[in-house]
Design a protein around this ligand. Structure first.
Ligand SMILES: Cc1ncc(COP(=O)(O)O)c(C=O)c1O
Length: 513
């Protein structure tokens, strides 16, 4: 009846000129007709002919783009709009710590940003010029995914996988490297889980002109050899954690020689080395307020892009490890929500590491050796070692204080999903939209698919905005395991969670809202 391609013909109506026209029989004997081109209302009659025919018609572009001049010039600081202020970081005695307590770990210009409550903070010109290598990032309409799901929902995804390192992480890595250089720092040390953050910082340090060293969680170091090579290509030193280079690494190796490692261990190793020298500091790829701030460029761009097609999202979705890409896409919309706009905002995490959904809101340390101050956050306990799931970047025991706070305030929802559902979602995405997502990103896709199916059940044309946090081209081992039927789910057993939380007995209680 129809041809696939630029033009098609319906016997009764003659030839139709279209950007794309296809027709597909689905399981359940339904027929979907996908049409992009000038509005052609005659196609709607097809739906009247038979209840099992769905017509998806659009003249809207597949990618909504911004020019470089339209790129935001300021980051958005949600601290200016919170209905109640964020509780401060505290020391072991429960007393708030001041900026000086962080001075050996971070440069003072970033500590000031960490504590700032200014609503808008200028993005320095040099940072903007580097971000322009890949920003503004495109906002895609996922029409083919919509068609496969036969959903009335409109699905948009912000593609952060277009950055040189392949994810959203360079948005903050460039800024952090720049502020450190301004402060006179010559070396940055960090940790990395999946390798996305380590490679983002390695690239940024090279572009800005400082040295970089990365402690990479052992399981990812073994699973993702090409990430190591990327870091080395950008001139960084990459070491498996736990390592024998630090006291904390040596202690953990003697207690658990076969440990897969964790972000909390790698953070301890990186901080231990960073504080040893005056010209060296530590950089963190998530969790802290200034990291959330730098990522808001994602949501600010997405909001402008949707305005171009006269839309506002009903639902905003991001995956959450330490919380930064979720904060990036959602904080500008949470600002709107605080000021009365209706929007549902969902953070999605792994069932194996369910920080927001099952971790209590407590004061906990960001690392295993308790070198960081105590932060008010949802946590599974700083000693928690998550199972070796493939979404390495979501294997963190804590959640950003700002994300935890907006959850406490009821401004966001959270869900957890098993890795097999996520890989199924990733495959459907790759089969329809082409791009292969990072395993972390697949959590946002799985939640988006759940919401799109719900919209279908309810017959509602919801607008869903998802952050597509990175590509999975360096994560193909996980796909291989899934395609060979070797992956299973690891819902976290309650006893393990309770055991891990015992370590928090002596911590001061976090303020409950
Ligand atoms: C592609 C990708 N998405 C998401 C995450 C999770 O981190 P965050 O919650 O800070 O965005 C990571 C972390 O490495 C990642 O690499």
């Amino acid at each position: 009846m129809f041809s696939n391609g630029r033009a098609g013909s319906i016997p009764a109506f003659g030839t139709i000129q279209a950007e794309y026209l296809s027709c597909k029989f689905n399981s359940g004997n339904t027929l979907s007709v996908l049409y992009y081109g000038p509005p052609l209302h005659i196609l709607s009659f097809l739906e009247l002919l038979h209840p099992k025919i769905t017509v998806i018609m659009s003249s809207e572009p597949t990618k909504i783009l911004l020019t470089e001049d339209e790129m935001p010039r300021q980051w958005y600081n949600i601290q200016a709009d919170l209905p109640s202020p964020l509780p401060p970081p505290v020391g072991p005695d429960g007393k708030p710590i001041g900026p000086d307590a962080l001075a050996k770990v971070f440069p003072m210009n970033l500590i000031e940003q960490e504590m700032s409550t200014e609503r808008w903070i200028d993005i320095p010109d040099e940072v903007q010029s580097i971000l322009k290598l890949w920003r503004p990032s495109p906002l895609y309409r996922a029409r083919r995914l919509e068609a496969a799901l036969q959903t009335p929902a409109k699905i948009y995804y912000k593609n952060e996988g277009v950055s040189p390192a392949g994810s959203h992480k360079p948005n903050t890595a460039v800024a952090q490297a720049w502020y450190n250089k301004q402060f006179g720092i010559k070396h940055l040390i960090t940790e990395t889980g999946a390798g996305q953050w380590g490679s983002a910082l390695a690239m940024s340090c090279k572009l800005i002109g400082i040295d970089c060293k990365v402690f990479m969680v052992r399981i990812s170091f073994d699973q993702k050899p090409f990430r190591k090579i990327m870091m080395r290509t950008w001139g960084a030193d990459c070491i498996a954690s736990p390592s024998d280079q630090t006291a904390v690494g040596r202690r953990i190796l003697s207690e658990m020689p076969d440990t897969p490692g964790s972000l909390a261990i790698a953070i301890s190793e990186a901080i231990e080395q960073a504080v040893e020298r005056d010209d060296t500091r530590y950089a963190l790829g998530s969790v802290l307020n200034h990291v959330m701030l730098h990522q808001t460029i994602i949501g600010l761009e997405a909001r402008k892009q949707l305005e171009k097609v006269n839309l506002y999202p009903d639902i905003v979705i991001g995956c959450a490890g330490g919380g930064s890409n979720f904060a990036g896409i959602s904080f500008p919309f949470i600002c709107d929500k605080i000021h009365g706009r209706e929007v549902k905002i969902i953070a999605t995490e792994p069932e194996a590491c369910p920080t927001l959904t099952r971790g209590p809101y407590v004061y906990d340390s960001g690392d295993v050796a308790k070198m960081t101050p105590l932060l008010p956050m949802h946590s599974l306990g700083h000693g928690f070692i998550p199972p070796a799931i493939h979404a390495g970047g979501l294997r963190y025991h804590g959640m950003a204080p700002l994300v935890s706070h907006v959850k406490q305030l009821g401004l966001i929802d959270a869900t957890s999903i098993g890795q097999t559902e996520c890989y199924e979602a990733a495959l459907l995405f790759a089969h329809t939209e082409g791009f292969i997502p990072a395993p972390e990103t697949s959590h946002a896709i799985a939640q988006t698919i759940r919401e799109a199916r719900q919209a279908k059940e309810e017959g509602k044309e919801k607008v869903i905005l998802m952050n597509w946090s990175g590509h999975g081209l360096m994560d193909l081992q996980g796909y291989d395991a899934f395609l060979s039927g070797k992956l299973s789910d690891y819902p976290l057993p309650e006893e393990l969670l309770q055991q891990s939380l015992c370590a928090l007995k002596d911590h001061p209680p976090a303020p409950q809202m």
